[in-house]
Design a protein around this ligand. Structure first.
Ligand code: SF4
Ligand code: SF4
Length: 618
Protein backbone atom coordinates (compact mmCIF):
# COMPACT_ATOMS: atom_id res chain seq x y z
CA UNK A 1 0.00 0.00 0.00
CA UNK A 2 1.22 3.46 -0.85
CA UNK A 3 2.31 5.83 1.87
CA UNK A 4 -0.24 8.43 2.98
CA UNK A 5 0.37 11.85 4.46
CA UNK A 6 -1.76 14.70 5.72
CA UNK A 7 -1.05 17.54 3.34
CA UNK A 8 -2.18 21.09 2.84
CA UNK A 9 -4.18 21.38 -0.39
CA UNK A 10 -1.35 23.36 -1.94
CA UNK A 11 1.15 20.68 -0.88
CA UNK A 12 -1.07 18.00 -2.45
CA UNK A 13 -1.05 19.95 -5.72
CA UNK A 14 2.73 20.32 -5.46
CA UNK A 15 3.14 16.62 -4.81
CA UNK A 16 1.01 15.88 -7.88
CA UNK A 17 3.16 18.21 -9.98
CA UNK A 18 6.37 16.44 -8.91
CA UNK A 19 4.95 12.90 -9.16
CA UNK A 20 3.56 13.70 -12.62
CA UNK A 21 7.10 14.28 -13.84
CA UNK A 22 6.98 18.05 -14.23
CA UNK A 23 10.48 19.26 -15.05
CA UNK A 24 10.06 23.05 -15.05
CA UNK A 25 7.84 24.74 -12.43
CA UNK A 26 7.53 28.50 -12.08
CA UNK A 27 5.42 30.92 -10.05
CA UNK A 28 4.96 34.35 -8.60
CA UNK A 29 3.73 34.22 -4.99
CA UNK A 30 0.22 35.32 -4.10
CA UNK A 31 -2.31 34.13 -1.52
CA UNK A 32 -3.84 31.56 -1.69
CA UNK A 33 -1.33 29.93 -4.08
CA UNK A 34 1.97 30.80 -2.37
CA UNK A 35 2.74 27.46 -0.71
CA UNK A 36 2.63 25.48 -3.96
CA UNK A 37 6.04 26.30 -5.43
CA UNK A 38 8.08 25.91 -2.19
CA UNK A 39 6.35 22.53 -1.73
CA UNK A 40 7.28 21.56 -5.31
CA UNK A 41 10.91 22.36 -4.43
CA UNK A 42 10.72 20.43 -1.14
CA UNK A 43 9.18 17.32 -2.77
CA UNK A 44 11.63 17.57 -5.68
CA UNK A 45 14.51 17.69 -3.17
CA UNK A 46 13.07 14.77 -1.18
CA UNK A 47 12.44 12.67 -4.31
CA UNK A 48 15.74 13.74 -5.91
CA UNK A 49 14.22 14.87 -9.20
CA UNK A 50 15.94 17.31 -11.54
CA UNK A 51 12.94 19.65 -11.64
CA UNK A 52 13.84 23.30 -12.17
CA UNK A 53 11.79 25.30 -9.64
CA UNK A 54 11.90 29.07 -9.85
CA UNK A 55 10.15 32.15 -8.53
CA UNK A 56 9.78 34.59 -11.39
CA UNK A 57 9.53 38.37 -11.42
CA UNK A 58 5.81 38.25 -12.26
CA UNK A 59 3.10 35.87 -13.41
CA UNK A 60 3.48 36.67 -17.11
CA UNK A 61 7.16 35.80 -16.86
CA UNK A 62 6.34 32.60 -14.96
CA UNK A 63 3.75 31.61 -17.56
CA UNK A 64 6.01 32.27 -20.54
CA UNK A 65 9.00 30.46 -19.00
CA UNK A 66 6.86 27.38 -18.32
CA UNK A 67 5.20 27.65 -21.74
CA UNK A 68 8.53 27.57 -23.59
CA UNK A 69 9.56 24.52 -21.56
CA UNK A 70 6.28 22.98 -22.82
CA UNK A 71 7.23 23.97 -26.38
CA UNK A 72 10.42 21.95 -25.81
CA UNK A 73 8.50 18.80 -24.96
CA UNK A 74 8.82 18.96 -21.17
CA UNK A 75 6.05 18.74 -18.61
CA UNK A 76 5.88 22.19 -17.05
CA UNK A 77 3.72 24.14 -14.61
CA UNK A 78 3.06 27.83 -13.99
CA UNK A 79 1.44 28.73 -10.65
CA UNK A 80 -0.26 31.97 -9.64
CA UNK A 81 -3.23 33.51 -7.90
CA UNK A 82 -6.29 34.77 -9.73
CA UNK A 83 -5.21 38.39 -10.14
CA UNK A 84 -1.83 37.10 -11.30
CA UNK A 85 -3.63 35.54 -14.24
CA UNK A 86 -4.68 39.05 -15.29
CA UNK A 87 -0.97 39.80 -15.65
CA UNK A 88 -0.29 36.53 -17.49
CA UNK A 89 -3.43 36.73 -19.62
CA UNK A 90 -1.75 38.33 -22.63
CA UNK A 91 0.51 35.30 -22.94
CA UNK A 92 -2.30 32.87 -22.10
CA UNK A 93 -4.52 34.12 -24.91
CA UNK A 94 -1.75 33.50 -27.46
CA UNK A 95 -0.40 30.24 -26.06
CA UNK A 96 -3.94 28.78 -25.90
CA UNK A 97 -3.76 28.61 -29.71
CA UNK A 98 -0.44 26.75 -29.77
CA UNK A 99 -0.01 23.01 -30.28
CA UNK A 100 2.19 22.55 -27.22
CA UNK A 101 4.64 19.67 -27.45
CA UNK A 102 4.86 18.68 -23.77
CA UNK A 103 2.30 18.92 -20.98
CA UNK A 104 1.65 22.45 -19.74
CA UNK A 105 -0.34 22.92 -16.53
CA UNK A 106 -1.54 26.33 -15.39
CA UNK A 107 -2.51 26.38 -11.70
CA UNK A 108 -4.57 29.41 -10.71
CA UNK A 109 -5.73 29.73 -7.10
CA UNK A 110 -8.91 31.78 -6.70
CA UNK A 111 -9.81 33.79 -3.64
CA UNK A 112 -13.61 33.89 -3.27
CA UNK A 113 -14.58 36.56 -0.81
CA UNK A 114 -12.00 37.91 -1.41
CA UNK A 115 -9.82 37.49 1.67
CA UNK A 116 -6.50 38.81 0.43
CA UNK A 117 -6.96 40.09 -3.10
CA UNK A 118 -8.10 43.20 -4.88
CA UNK A 119 -10.84 41.24 -6.72
CA UNK A 120 -12.99 38.14 -6.18
CA UNK A 121 -12.79 37.12 -9.84
CA UNK A 122 -13.32 33.60 -11.12
CA UNK A 123 -10.49 32.13 -13.21
CA UNK A 124 -12.85 29.62 -14.83
CA UNK A 125 -14.08 32.65 -16.80
CA UNK A 126 -10.55 33.09 -18.08
CA UNK A 127 -10.48 29.42 -19.09
CA UNK A 128 -13.65 30.04 -21.13
CA UNK A 129 -12.19 33.24 -22.58
CA UNK A 130 -8.99 31.45 -23.64
CA UNK A 131 -10.87 28.26 -24.65
CA UNK A 132 -8.78 25.98 -22.46
CA UNK A 133 -10.11 23.16 -20.27
CA UNK A 134 -10.42 23.73 -16.54
CA UNK A 135 -10.43 21.31 -13.61
CA UNK A 136 -12.19 22.56 -10.45
CA UNK A 137 -11.26 20.45 -7.39
CA UNK A 138 -13.43 20.07 -4.30
CA UNK A 139 -10.74 18.58 -2.04
CA UNK A 140 -6.97 18.41 -1.68
CA UNK A 141 -6.83 14.77 -2.77
CA UNK A 142 -8.95 15.49 -5.83
CA UNK A 143 -6.73 18.44 -6.71
CA UNK A 144 -3.71 16.13 -6.68
CA UNK A 145 -5.45 13.57 -8.87
CA UNK A 146 -6.58 16.27 -11.29
CA UNK A 147 -2.94 17.29 -11.83
CA UNK A 148 -2.27 13.93 -13.55
CA UNK A 149 -5.39 14.15 -15.70
CA UNK A 150 -4.65 17.75 -16.62
CA UNK A 151 -1.19 16.74 -17.87
CA UNK A 152 -2.57 13.75 -19.75
CA UNK A 153 -5.22 15.93 -21.40
CA UNK A 154 -2.68 18.63 -22.17
CA UNK A 155 -0.39 16.18 -23.92
CA UNK A 156 -3.11 14.40 -25.83
CA UNK A 157 -4.65 17.61 -27.15
CA UNK A 158 -1.46 19.70 -27.15
CA UNK A 159 -2.87 22.65 -25.21
CA UNK A 160 -2.64 24.43 -21.85
CA UNK A 161 -4.89 23.00 -19.14
CA UNK A 162 -5.97 24.88 -16.02
CA UNK A 163 -6.35 23.60 -12.46
CA UNK A 164 -8.43 26.12 -10.50
CA UNK A 165 -8.43 25.45 -6.75
CA UNK A 166 -10.05 28.02 -4.46
CA UNK A 167 -8.59 29.16 -1.13
CA UNK A 168 -10.50 26.58 0.93
CA UNK A 169 -8.99 23.76 -1.15
CA UNK A 170 -5.54 25.37 -1.08
CA UNK A 171 -5.57 25.70 2.68
CA UNK A 172 -7.52 22.62 3.81
CA UNK A 173 -5.62 19.62 5.15
CA UNK A 174 -6.36 16.10 3.99
CA UNK A 175 -4.96 12.61 4.18
CA UNK A 176 -3.47 12.16 0.70
CA UNK A 177 -1.95 9.10 -0.95
CA UNK A 178 1.64 9.58 -2.09
CA UNK A 179 2.98 7.93 -5.21
CA UNK A 180 6.22 7.53 -7.11
CA UNK A 181 7.52 9.99 -9.65
CA UNK A 182 6.43 9.02 -13.15
CA UNK A 183 9.62 8.37 -15.08
CA UNK A 184 9.51 10.40 -18.26
CA UNK A 185 11.78 10.17 -21.27
CA UNK A 186 11.42 13.68 -22.53
CA UNK A 187 14.68 15.18 -23.73
CA UNK A 188 14.29 18.89 -24.48
CA UNK A 189 13.64 18.97 -28.20
CA UNK A 190 12.45 22.25 -29.54
CA UNK A 191 11.45 21.55 -33.14
CA UNK A 192 11.50 24.75 -35.17
CA UNK A 193 8.17 25.37 -36.86
CA UNK A 194 7.03 28.95 -37.38
CA UNK A 195 3.47 27.85 -38.12
CA UNK A 196 3.37 26.30 -34.68
CA UNK A 197 5.32 28.69 -32.50
CA UNK A 198 4.84 32.16 -34.00
CA UNK A 199 1.50 33.86 -33.35
CA UNK A 200 1.31 35.52 -36.76
CA UNK A 201 -2.25 36.44 -37.83
CA UNK A 202 -1.97 33.97 -40.73
CA UNK A 203 -1.18 31.18 -38.27
CA UNK A 204 -3.99 32.15 -35.91
CA UNK A 205 -6.46 31.82 -38.79
CA UNK A 206 -5.74 28.09 -38.79
CA UNK A 207 -4.93 27.58 -35.10
CA UNK A 208 -8.20 29.14 -33.89
CA UNK A 209 -10.44 26.63 -35.72
CA UNK A 210 -8.09 23.90 -34.43
CA UNK A 211 -8.57 25.22 -30.87
CA UNK A 212 -12.35 25.11 -31.39
CA UNK A 213 -12.03 21.52 -32.56
CA UNK A 214 -9.99 20.63 -29.45
CA UNK A 215 -12.73 22.19 -27.30
CA UNK A 216 -15.42 20.15 -29.01
CA UNK A 217 -13.42 16.95 -28.51
CA UNK A 218 -12.66 17.75 -24.86
CA UNK A 219 -16.28 18.59 -24.11
CA UNK A 220 -17.18 15.18 -25.51
CA UNK A 221 -14.55 13.55 -23.28
CA UNK A 222 -15.83 15.41 -20.22
CA UNK A 223 -19.27 13.96 -21.02
CA UNK A 224 -18.02 10.40 -21.41
CA UNK A 225 -14.73 9.76 -19.64
CA UNK A 226 -14.39 11.81 -16.49
CA UNK A 227 -17.09 10.30 -14.29
CA UNK A 228 -14.76 10.46 -11.32
CA UNK A 229 -15.06 14.27 -11.44
CA UNK A 230 -18.55 14.67 -12.93
CA UNK A 231 -21.03 12.40 -11.18
CA UNK A 232 -24.49 12.30 -9.68
CA UNK A 233 -25.52 11.51 -6.12
CA UNK A 234 -29.19 10.60 -6.73
CA UNK A 235 -31.99 11.21 -4.24
CA UNK A 236 -33.90 8.31 -2.71
CA UNK A 237 -37.27 8.44 -4.39
CA UNK A 238 -38.48 11.70 -5.84
CA UNK A 239 -36.06 14.57 -5.35
CA UNK A 240 -37.39 17.79 -3.85
CA UNK A 241 -34.36 19.60 -5.17
CA UNK A 242 -31.51 18.97 -7.59
CA UNK A 243 -28.25 20.78 -6.89
CA UNK A 244 -25.51 21.26 -9.48
CA UNK A 245 -22.34 22.14 -7.60
CA UNK A 246 -18.62 22.45 -8.28
CA UNK A 247 -15.48 23.13 -6.28
CA UNK A 248 -15.78 23.75 -2.56
CA UNK A 249 -19.54 24.37 -2.91
CA UNK A 250 -19.94 20.65 -3.71
CA UNK A 251 -18.01 19.67 -0.56
CA UNK A 252 -20.16 22.02 1.55
CA UNK A 253 -23.40 20.69 0.03
CA UNK A 254 -22.34 17.11 0.69
CA UNK A 255 -21.42 17.89 4.31
CA UNK A 256 -24.73 19.68 4.88
CA UNK A 257 -26.83 16.88 3.39
CA UNK A 258 -24.91 14.29 5.43
CA UNK A 259 -25.34 16.28 8.64
CA UNK A 260 -29.07 16.81 7.94
CA UNK A 261 -29.48 13.14 7.00
CA UNK A 262 -31.45 14.23 3.92
CA UNK A 263 -31.86 11.84 1.05
CA UNK A 264 -34.51 13.78 -0.87
CA UNK A 265 -31.98 16.07 -2.61
CA UNK A 266 -30.05 14.96 -5.68
CA UNK A 267 -26.61 16.42 -6.40
CA UNK A 268 -24.65 16.62 -9.65
CA UNK A 269 -20.97 17.28 -9.05
CA UNK A 270 -19.14 19.10 -11.82
CA UNK A 271 -15.34 18.94 -11.58
CA UNK A 272 -14.67 20.01 -15.18
CA UNK A 273 -16.73 23.18 -15.64
CA UNK A 274 -14.95 24.33 -18.82
CA UNK A 275 -15.93 23.14 -21.33
CA UNK A 276 -19.07 22.10 -19.51
CA UNK A 277 -20.32 18.54 -20.09
CA UNK A 278 -23.57 20.13 -21.19
CA UNK A 279 -25.41 16.90 -22.06
CA UNK A 280 -24.88 15.56 -18.54
CA UNK A 281 -25.97 18.82 -16.92
CA UNK A 282 -29.04 19.33 -19.10
CA UNK A 283 -30.09 15.71 -18.61
CA UNK A 284 -29.96 16.32 -14.83
CA UNK A 285 -31.99 19.52 -15.22
CA UNK A 286 -34.59 17.73 -17.37
CA UNK A 287 -35.12 15.11 -14.65
CA UNK A 288 -35.63 17.62 -11.81
CA UNK A 289 -38.30 20.28 -11.43
CA UNK A 290 -36.42 22.37 -8.92
CA UNK A 291 -32.71 22.89 -9.71
CA UNK A 292 -30.16 25.05 -7.94
CA UNK A 293 -26.64 25.86 -9.19
CA UNK A 294 -23.93 26.49 -6.60
CA UNK A 295 -20.47 27.56 -7.78
CA UNK A 296 -17.84 30.14 -6.86
CA UNK A 297 -17.66 32.94 -7.81
CA UNK A 298 -19.17 33.73 -11.20
CA UNK A 299 -22.04 31.90 -12.96
CA UNK A 300 -19.68 29.93 -15.19
CA UNK A 301 -21.75 26.72 -15.25
CA UNK A 302 -24.97 28.74 -15.48
CA UNK A 303 -23.66 30.81 -18.37
CA UNK A 304 -23.04 27.71 -20.46
CA UNK A 305 -26.63 26.43 -20.16
CA UNK A 306 -28.97 26.73 -23.12
CA UNK A 307 -31.75 27.84 -20.79
CA UNK A 308 -30.73 29.68 -17.64
CA UNK A 309 -34.41 30.12 -16.76
CA UNK A 310 -34.54 26.41 -15.90
CA UNK A 311 -32.36 26.79 -12.80
CA UNK A 312 -32.08 28.85 -9.63
CA UNK A 313 -28.73 30.54 -9.37
CA UNK A 314 -27.04 33.85 -9.79
CA UNK A 315 -29.09 35.00 -12.78
CA UNK A 316 -32.38 34.96 -10.88
CA UNK A 317 -30.87 36.17 -7.59
CA UNK A 318 -31.23 32.87 -5.69
CA UNK A 319 -27.46 32.89 -5.11
CA UNK A 320 -25.62 36.08 -4.08
CA UNK A 321 -23.62 37.44 -7.00
CA UNK A 322 -20.58 38.38 -4.91
CA UNK A 323 -18.67 37.00 -1.96
CA UNK A 324 -17.74 33.53 -0.75
CA UNK A 325 -20.37 30.79 -0.50
CA UNK A 326 -19.78 29.95 3.16
CA UNK A 327 -21.59 26.93 4.65
CA UNK A 328 -24.12 29.13 6.47
CA UNK A 329 -24.89 30.98 3.22
CA UNK A 330 -25.28 27.74 1.25
CA UNK A 331 -27.54 26.39 3.99
CA UNK A 332 -29.84 29.41 3.63
CA UNK A 333 -29.85 29.16 -0.17
CA UNK A 334 -30.80 25.46 -0.10
CA UNK A 335 -33.58 26.00 2.43
CA UNK A 336 -34.92 28.92 0.36
CA UNK A 337 -34.87 26.74 -2.75
CA UNK A 338 -36.82 24.09 -0.84
CA UNK A 339 -39.23 26.67 0.56
CA UNK A 340 -38.29 25.60 4.07
CA UNK A 341 -37.16 27.56 7.07
CA UNK A 342 -34.38 26.59 9.48
CA UNK A 343 -35.59 24.03 12.07
CA UNK A 344 -34.06 25.95 14.95
CA UNK A 345 -32.71 29.46 14.56
CA UNK A 346 -28.94 29.43 14.48
CA UNK A 347 -27.42 29.75 17.91
CA UNK A 348 -24.38 31.97 17.60
CA UNK A 349 -22.37 30.34 20.38
CA UNK A 350 -19.04 31.66 19.13
CA UNK A 351 -20.40 35.19 18.86
CA UNK A 352 -21.77 34.99 22.41
CA UNK A 353 -18.46 33.67 23.79
CA UNK A 354 -16.53 36.46 22.08
CA UNK A 355 -19.01 38.99 23.48
CA UNK A 356 -18.66 37.61 27.01
CA UNK A 357 -14.88 37.64 26.89
CA UNK A 358 -14.92 41.24 25.71
CA UNK A 359 -12.67 40.41 22.75
CA UNK A 360 -12.57 43.24 20.25
CA UNK A 361 -11.18 42.38 16.82
CA UNK A 362 -8.18 44.49 15.83
CA UNK A 363 -8.11 45.88 12.31
CA UNK A 364 -5.16 44.70 10.19
CA UNK A 365 -1.97 46.57 11.11
CA UNK A 366 1.68 46.38 10.13
CA UNK A 367 3.85 44.43 12.56
CA UNK A 368 5.46 46.20 15.52
CA UNK A 369 8.80 47.56 14.38
CA UNK A 370 7.85 47.35 10.68
CA UNK A 371 10.16 49.65 8.71
CA UNK A 372 7.29 50.59 6.36
CA UNK A 373 5.56 52.40 9.23
CA UNK A 374 8.64 54.54 9.73
CA UNK A 375 8.85 55.24 5.97
CA UNK A 376 5.22 56.39 5.85
CA UNK A 377 5.76 58.63 8.89
CA UNK A 378 8.73 60.31 7.19
CA UNK A 379 6.86 60.73 3.88
CA UNK A 380 3.75 62.19 5.45
CA UNK A 381 5.62 64.55 7.75
CA UNK A 382 7.91 65.74 4.97
CA UNK A 383 5.10 66.50 2.51
CA UNK A 384 1.77 66.54 4.39
CA UNK A 385 -0.09 68.03 1.41
CA UNK A 386 1.21 65.34 -0.96
CA UNK A 387 -0.68 62.77 -3.01
CA UNK A 388 0.34 59.25 -2.05
CA UNK A 389 -0.36 56.48 -4.60
CA UNK A 390 0.66 53.03 -3.41
CA UNK A 391 0.66 49.39 -4.34
CA UNK A 392 -0.10 45.79 -3.38
CA UNK A 393 1.79 44.49 -0.37
CA UNK A 394 1.97 44.82 3.43
CA UNK A 395 2.51 48.52 2.89
CA UNK A 396 -1.06 48.93 1.56
CA UNK A 397 -1.73 49.15 5.31
CA UNK A 398 -0.19 52.62 5.07
CA UNK A 399 -3.89 53.59 4.66
CA UNK A 400 -3.98 53.45 8.49
CA UNK A 401 -1.37 56.21 8.52
CA UNK A 402 -3.26 58.28 5.92
CA UNK A 403 -0.27 57.94 3.61
CA UNK A 404 -1.88 55.67 1.00
CA UNK A 405 -4.42 57.49 -1.18
CA UNK A 406 -4.94 55.13 -4.12
CA UNK A 407 -4.14 51.51 -4.98
CA UNK A 408 -5.13 49.76 -8.21
CA UNK A 409 -3.04 46.65 -8.82
CA UNK A 410 0.57 45.42 -8.91
CA UNK A 411 2.90 48.13 -10.21
CA UNK A 412 0.29 50.88 -10.48
CA UNK A 413 2.09 52.97 -7.86
CA UNK A 414 4.69 53.75 -10.54
CA UNK A 415 2.11 54.78 -13.14
CA UNK A 416 -0.53 56.65 -11.10
CA UNK A 417 1.92 59.42 -10.13
CA UNK A 418 2.31 60.19 -13.83
CA UNK A 419 -1.44 60.68 -14.13
CA UNK A 420 -1.58 62.85 -10.99
CA UNK A 421 1.38 64.86 -12.29
CA UNK A 422 -0.17 65.40 -15.75
CA UNK A 423 -3.59 66.28 -14.33
CA UNK A 424 -2.02 69.12 -12.36
CA UNK A 425 0.43 70.10 -15.09
CA UNK A 426 -2.30 70.80 -17.66
CA UNK A 427 -3.72 73.27 -15.10
CA UNK A 428 -0.22 74.82 -14.72
CA UNK A 429 -0.34 73.55 -11.19
CA UNK A 430 1.70 71.13 -9.11
CA UNK A 431 1.39 69.07 -5.97
CA UNK A 432 3.99 66.90 -4.26
CA UNK A 433 3.55 63.25 -5.21
CA UNK A 434 5.26 60.42 -3.34
CA UNK A 435 4.42 56.88 -4.45
CA UNK A 436 5.29 53.77 -2.42
CA UNK A 437 6.12 50.34 -3.84
CA UNK A 438 7.71 47.22 -2.35
CA UNK A 439 10.91 45.63 -3.63
CA UNK A 440 9.18 42.57 -5.09
CA UNK A 441 6.36 44.65 -6.61
CA UNK A 442 8.94 47.01 -8.13
CA UNK A 443 10.44 44.11 -10.10
CA UNK A 444 7.00 42.61 -10.77
CA UNK A 445 5.46 45.52 -12.64
CA UNK A 446 6.92 48.78 -11.30
CA UNK A 447 9.67 49.05 -13.88
CA UNK A 448 7.54 49.92 -16.96
CA UNK A 449 5.91 52.82 -15.07
CA UNK A 450 9.25 54.17 -13.94
CA UNK A 451 10.71 53.99 -17.45
CA UNK A 452 7.59 55.72 -18.78
CA UNK A 453 8.04 58.53 -16.23
CA UNK A 454 11.72 58.96 -17.12
CA UNK A 455 10.87 59.04 -20.83
CA UNK A 456 7.99 61.50 -20.46
CA UNK A 457 9.68 63.54 -17.71
CA UNK A 458 7.15 63.31 -14.89
CA UNK A 459 7.93 64.87 -11.51
CA UNK A 460 7.33 62.61 -8.52
CA UNK A 461 9.17 60.64 -5.90
CA UNK A 462 9.07 56.84 -6.09
CA UNK A 463 9.79 55.42 -2.64
CA UNK A 464 10.87 51.78 -2.98
CA UNK A 465 10.30 50.09 0.37
CA UNK A 466 13.04 47.46 0.30
CA UNK A 467 12.61 45.05 3.21
CA UNK A 468 14.54 42.20 1.52
CA UNK A 469 11.55 39.85 1.36
CA UNK A 470 8.12 39.40 -0.24
CA UNK A 471 6.52 39.65 3.17
CA UNK A 472 2.77 39.71 2.60
CA UNK A 473 2.67 36.36 0.84
CA UNK A 474 4.77 34.54 3.42
CA UNK A 475 8.36 35.65 2.98
CA UNK A 476 9.48 34.56 -0.46
CA UNK A 477 12.73 35.88 -1.92
CA UNK A 478 12.73 38.25 -4.89
CA UNK A 479 15.38 39.46 -7.35
CA UNK A 480 16.75 41.96 -4.81
CA UNK A 481 17.39 39.04 -2.43
CA UNK A 482 18.73 36.60 -5.00
CA UNK A 483 18.22 33.25 -3.20
CA UNK A 484 16.45 30.30 -4.89
CA UNK A 485 14.23 27.41 -3.91
CA UNK A 486 16.03 24.16 -4.78
CA UNK A 487 18.87 23.02 -2.55
CA UNK A 488 22.22 23.88 -4.11
CA UNK A 489 20.68 26.20 -6.70
CA UNK A 490 22.18 29.67 -6.47
CA UNK A 491 20.74 32.90 -7.78
CA UNK A 492 22.13 36.39 -8.00
CA UNK A 493 20.75 39.51 -6.36
CA UNK A 494 19.75 42.40 -8.59
CA UNK A 495 20.70 45.86 -7.31
CA UNK A 496 17.60 48.08 -7.17
CA UNK A 497 19.60 51.33 -7.23
CA UNK A 498 21.58 50.14 -10.25
CA UNK A 499 18.38 49.14 -12.06
CA UNK A 500 16.85 52.61 -11.42
CA UNK A 501 19.98 54.33 -12.68
CA UNK A 502 19.96 52.03 -15.69
CA UNK A 503 16.39 53.17 -16.37
CA UNK A 504 17.66 56.73 -16.57
CA UNK A 505 16.78 57.98 -13.07
CA UNK A 506 19.37 60.59 -12.06
CA UNK A 507 18.35 60.92 -8.41
CA UNK A 508 18.62 57.58 -6.60
CA UNK A 509 19.35 57.57 -2.87
CA UNK A 510 19.16 54.92 -0.17
CA UNK A 511 17.60 55.87 3.16
CA UNK A 512 17.35 54.19 6.58
CA UNK A 513 13.63 54.51 7.44
CA UNK A 514 14.35 54.03 11.17
CA UNK A 515 16.16 57.38 11.11
CA UNK A 516 12.94 59.33 10.62
CA UNK A 517 14.39 62.90 10.87
CA UNK A 518 17.00 62.10 8.21
CA UNK A 519 14.46 60.24 6.01
CA UNK A 520 12.16 63.29 6.13
CA UNK A 521 14.94 65.48 4.78
CA UNK A 522 15.62 62.99 1.99
CA UNK A 523 11.92 63.02 0.99
CA UNK A 524 11.89 66.83 0.79
CA UNK A 525 15.17 66.85 -1.14
CA UNK A 526 13.95 64.17 -3.57
CA UNK A 527 10.74 66.09 -4.27
CA UNK A 528 12.69 69.34 -4.78
CA UNK A 529 14.88 67.51 -7.28
CA UNK A 530 11.93 65.93 -9.10
CA UNK A 531 10.13 69.27 -9.38
CA UNK A 532 13.15 71.27 -10.40
CA UNK A 533 14.45 68.80 -13.00
CA UNK A 534 11.03 67.57 -14.20
CA UNK A 535 11.88 63.91 -13.70
CA UNK A 536 11.15 61.12 -11.22
CA UNK A 537 13.41 60.76 -8.18
CA UNK A 538 13.87 57.42 -6.41
CA UNK A 539 14.37 56.88 -2.69
CA UNK A 540 15.11 53.35 -1.54
CA UNK A 541 13.95 52.92 2.06
CA UNK A 542 16.08 49.95 3.10
CA UNK A 543 15.55 48.02 6.33
CA UNK A 544 14.90 44.28 6.79
CA UNK A 545 11.40 43.01 7.48
CA UNK A 546 10.69 42.09 11.12
CA UNK A 547 9.86 38.55 9.96
CA UNK A 548 13.55 38.10 9.08
CA UNK A 549 14.32 38.59 12.80
CA UNK A 550 17.61 40.36 12.13
CA UNK A 551 19.53 41.55 15.15
CA UNK A 552 18.93 45.24 15.79
CA UNK A 553 19.43 47.67 18.65
CA UNK A 554 16.70 47.51 21.30
CA UNK A 555 15.41 50.88 22.40
CA UNK A 556 12.90 50.58 25.26
CA UNK A 557 10.37 53.43 25.17
CA UNK A 558 7.70 54.89 27.43
CA UNK A 559 5.04 57.60 27.15
CA UNK A 560 5.69 60.43 29.60
CA UNK A 561 2.20 61.11 31.03
CA UNK A 562 3.25 64.63 31.97
CA UNK A 563 3.98 65.49 28.36
CA UNK A 564 1.24 63.48 26.63
CA UNK A 565 -1.68 65.77 25.77
CA UNK A 566 -3.88 62.97 24.43
CA UNK A 567 -3.89 64.26 20.84
CA UNK A 568 -3.88 60.68 19.42
CA UNK A 569 -1.47 61.63 16.62
CA UNK A 570 0.64 58.56 17.41
CA UNK A 571 -2.44 56.34 17.16
CA UNK A 572 -4.02 57.91 14.07
CA UNK A 573 -0.90 58.54 12.00
CA UNK A 574 1.66 56.05 13.30
CA UNK A 575 -0.51 53.06 14.11
CA UNK A 576 1.82 50.61 15.87
CA UNK A 577 0.27 47.68 17.77
CA UNK A 578 2.71 48.55 20.59
CA UNK A 579 1.04 51.93 21.11
CA UNK A 580 -2.35 52.03 22.79
CA UNK A 581 -4.63 54.74 24.04
CA UNK A 582 -6.14 54.88 27.51
CA UNK A 583 -9.51 56.56 26.93
CA UNK A 584 -10.16 57.08 30.62
CA UNK A 585 -6.93 58.95 31.27
CA UNK A 586 -6.74 60.41 27.78
CA UNK A 587 -3.10 59.30 27.42
CA UNK A 588 -1.21 57.04 25.07
CA UNK A 589 0.78 54.17 26.57
CA UNK A 590 3.14 51.41 25.44
CA UNK A 591 1.66 47.91 25.33
CA UNK A 592 4.67 45.77 26.21
CA UNK A 593 2.98 42.63 24.92
CA UNK A 594 3.47 43.91 21.39
CA UNK A 595 6.29 46.46 21.57
CA UNK A 596 9.56 45.14 20.06
CA UNK A 597 11.56 48.17 21.22
CA UNK A 598 12.44 49.48 17.79
CA UNK A 599 12.36 53.04 19.17
CA UNK A 600 10.87 54.56 16.00
CA UNK A 601 7.82 55.99 17.77
CA UNK A 602 10.08 58.46 19.61
CA UNK A 603 10.00 60.45 16.37
CA UNK A 604 6.23 60.13 16.00
CA UNK A 605 5.03 62.28 18.91
CA UNK A 606 4.82 66.01 18.15
CA UNK A 607 5.02 66.71 21.93
CA UNK A 608 8.13 64.58 22.45
CA UNK A 609 6.11 62.61 24.97
CA UNK A 610 7.43 59.23 23.77
CA UNK A 611 10.84 58.90 25.31
CA UNK A 612 13.67 56.44 25.46
CA UNK A 613 13.53 54.58 28.73
CA UNK A 614 16.81 54.01 30.47
CA UNK A 615 17.77 50.36 31.11
CA UNK A 616 16.17 49.05 34.28
CA UNK A 617 13.76 52.00 34.58
CA UNK A 618 10.14 51.14 35.37
S1 SF4 B 1 2.04 60.24 22.94
FE1 SF4 B 1 2.24 62.13 21.80
S2 SF4 B 1 1.17 61.73 19.90
FE2 SF4 B 1 0.54 60.19 21.31
S3 SF4 B 1 -1.32 60.98 22.22
FE3 SF4 B 1 0.36 61.57 23.56
S4 SF4 B 1 0.94 63.56 22.87
FE4 SF4 B 1 -0.30 62.72 21.25
S1 SF4 C 1 9.15 51.05 20.14
FE1 SF4 C 1 7.33 52.17 19.51
S2 SF4 C 1 7.22 51.85 17.32
FE2 SF4 C 1 8.64 50.32 18.09
S3 SF4 C 1 7.34 48.54 18.44
FE3 SF4 C 1 7.43 49.68 20.39
S4 SF4 C 1 5.63 50.99 20.33
FE4 SF4 C 1 5.95 50.30 18.24
Amino acid sequence: MNERQILLGNEAIARGIVEAGCEVATAYPGTPSSEILPAVAAFADALATDTAVEWCTNEKVAFEVAAAAGFSGKRSAAVMKQVGLNVASDALMSVAHFDIAGGFLLVVADDPGPHSSQTGQDSRSFAMFAKIPCFDPSTAAEAKEMVFDAYELSERHHLVTMLRPTGRVDHCRQDVELGEVIATERPAQFKKDIKRWVCLPANVRTSHPRLNEKNRAIREEFEQRYDKYNYELPAEGEAKLGIIAGGVSFAVVKDLLDSWGRTDIAVLKIGTPVPLPLGKVEDFISRHDNVLVLEETYPVIENQLHNREAVKGRWNGAVPSAGELLPEIIEGIILDALGESPQSPEDDLLGKAVEELGIRPNPPMMCPGCPHRASFLAIREALPKGIFPSDIGCYTLGVNQKTVDSVICMGASATQPSGFYLAHKVDSNERPIVATIGDSTFFHMGLPGLVNAVYNRHSFVLAILDNSITAMTGGQPNPAVGSKLRKGDEGRSVDIAGVCRGCGVEYVKTVDPYNVPSAKEFVKDAWDHAREHREPAVLIFKHPCMLLRCEQERIPVAVDPEKCIGCRYCIDFFNCPGLRFDEQNNKAYIDERFCVQCGVCIAACPQNAIVKQEEGAE
